[in-house]
Design a protein around this ligand. Sequence first.
Ligand SMILES: CC(C)(COP(=O)([O-])OP(=O)([O-])OC[C@H]1O[C@@H](n2cnc3c(N)ncnc32)[C@H](O)[C@@H]1OP(=O)([O-])[O-])[C@@H](O)C(=O)NCCC(=O)NCCSC(=O)C[C@@](C)(O)CC(=O)[O-]
Length: 300
Amino acid sequence: MSLPSSVRIVEVGPRDGLQNEPIAVSVAARIALIEGLVDAGLKAVEAGSFVSPKWVPQMADTAAVLAGIKRREGVRYPVLVPNLQGLEAAEAAGAKDISIFAAASESFSKKNINCSIAESLDRFRPVAERALAEERRLRGYVSCVLGCPYEGEIAPEAVARVSRALYDMGCAEISLGDTIGTGTPLKAKRMIEAVARHVPMRQLAVHFHDTYGQALANILASLELGIGVVDSSVAGLGGCPYAKGASGNVATEDVVYMLNGMGIATGIDLDRLAKVGRTVLQQLNRAPASKVAQALAAKA
Ligand SMILES: CC(C)(COP(=O)([O-])OP(=O)([O-])OC[C@H]1O[C@@H](n2cnc3c(N)ncnc32)[C@H](O)[C@@H]1OP(=O)([O-])[O-])[C@@H](O)C(=O)NCCC(=O)NCCSC(=O)C[C@@](C)(O)CC(=O)[O-]
């Protein structure tokens, strides 16, 4: 079994986590969350999204969040944009890292961004061209890679087609999203193998939600294939407002604990991370989804 010596974690809590919370978190608290995560050692922290506030009100004020954080050398603060309007707002806010987001399921694409997959790719092409011309780093997301809340099973080839299209647009990294967390390890492996026939493995990231408790097993299976980038969310916050029943992303605490135990470096201080998680959970008035966070809280 071959495993990487280090894994790069992309923290998505301040975006994927908070976008689904019924309690709106203040700009000051969003800034403090991002700063706390960077203090804990995270080198990529998704800061928010420039989407329609009618669709996702929790992400309004992302410009104010970007204006408020002290940007640190060597840390990336990616933001999601769905169209040129979003890119313009991201440019004005000084975002250097842009993420575009498509889906492998037609129904999910329509529910999430109000257009078909083909229309979304046509919409993303000029966004990608402009972002790259401005020397911004581009990340692409593919949602519903292991199942769709509206269509059920999704064929690995459908995921590969959309991933390839995003790669051809110049995405430096493609994140494969198990939006509703229905994936299991062997299915995850088959899907990644199909995508890796079109996109180099080193440019793939995995993004598992933990709805069915399969995320860590899926991550381990992905690492065995050569994946080196994992998305996760502090305290297991998260979900997608357009994927009913989708629970949180895999908790960053759980991923770091597992990787620490396997001798795989992440550069993250688990105790500091868990503290950041406890603070945000207090603000949201919620219990942690993370088993590791619960265990550490019991000891704190
Ligand atoms: C894509 C649209 C905008 C289409 O929405 P639409 O209604 O078709 O857009 P439109 O172009 O017809 O414009 C309608 C209104 O939206 C405004 N608008 C248009 N664009 C923007 C923008 N960028 N920023 C701010 N406002 C915008 C526009 O100005 C107009 O305002 P009005 O004239 O009515 O006042 C909408 O569907 C949308 O914002 N969707 C975002 C949904 C979203 O953020 N979902 C969560 C992120 S994806 C995810 O979580 C999955 C992921 C990435 O984590 C991976 C995984 O786990 O699967």
